[in-house]
Design a protein around this ligand. Structure first.
Ligand SMILES: [Zn+2]
Length: 185
C-alpha cells in the first residue's frame, strides 16, 4: 500500500509569522516546517523574531516531514497584479472606440471568444465590398455583437493574432523564420 504522503502537494510560504503574526519582510529568514497531521500536509512558517525556535521544532518533531530555512521574498508587483485586459474587455473597449484601424483586431478578438464559446455566431451578411458582417450573441448577457469580417489572408491573420497577443500581455510563440524574413533585413 502506498504511503498516504505520496500525494502531490503544493504549499506556498505564509506571508506572516506563525508565532507573532507579523508580516514577513522582504528577504527575511524564515524557518518552515512541513507537517503531516491527520492525512494532510500543513506548512508552518516562523519569522526571524522567533526566539524559542528550538521548542517549536521539538514540539513539531513528531509530525514534521521536513524542516528548512528559507528566505522570504515579498511577492513582486507582476505576481500580484491581476491581468487588466482579457479578450472580452478588450473587444468591448475596441468596439466602443469605433476606430476603423481596429477592424482586424476586433474581428480576431470576436473569433477568439467564439472559440471559447462565449460568443455564438448567429448570422452572416455579405457586404458589397466583399467583407462580411458576422453577428454574434453573447452566451451570458444575450447581447448581440456585429463585427466586420475583413476576410484576412493567412499571413495577415497571423500578424493580427500577434498584435492581439501583445495587447493581452502575452508572449509571442517563436515561428520558424521564413525566406522573406531572411532576405528582408
Ligand atoms: Zn514572528
Amino acid at each position: 500500500m502506498r504511503d498516504q504522503r505520496e500525494q502531490w502537494s503544493v504549499s506556498k510560504c505564509a506571508v506572516r509569522c506563525s508565532q507573532c503574526d507579523k508580516p514577513f519582510e522582504d528577504r527575511e529568514t524564515v524557518t518552515s516546517i512541513l507537517t503531516f497531521v491527520d492525512g494532510n500536509f500543513e506548512r508552518i512558517d516562523y519569522g526571524s523574531c522567533t526566539k524559542d525556535l528550538n521548542n517549536i521544532l521539538e514540539s513539531n518533531a513528531p509530525h514534521a516531514v521536513s524542516i528548512w530555512k528559507t528566505t522570504f521574498y515579498t511577492p513582486s508587483v507582476e505576481e500580484k497584479s491581476i491581468p487588466k485586459e482579457n479578450v472580452e474587455s478588450l473587444l468591448r473597449e475596441r468596439m466602443r472606440a469605433e476606430r476603423p484601424e481596429d477592424r482586424d483586431i476586433i474581428f480576431i478578438l470576436a473569433v477568439m471568444l467564439e472559440r471559447k464559446r462565449l460568443l455564438i455566431e448567429r448570422g452572416v451578411q455579405l457586404l458589397a465590398d466583399g467583407f462580411k458582417i458576422r453577428v454574434y450573441e453573447h452566451r451570458k448577457t444575450q447581447e448581440s455583437f456585429t463585427v466586420t469580417d475583413p476576410g484576412l489572408r493567412l499571413d495577415e491573420l497571423e500578424q493580427v493574432q500577434d498584435e492581439v497577443t501583445i495587447l493581452l500581455g502575452g508572449q509571442l510563440r517563436s515561428r520558424p523564420a521564413t525566406e522573406t524574413d531572411v532576405s528582408g533585413g
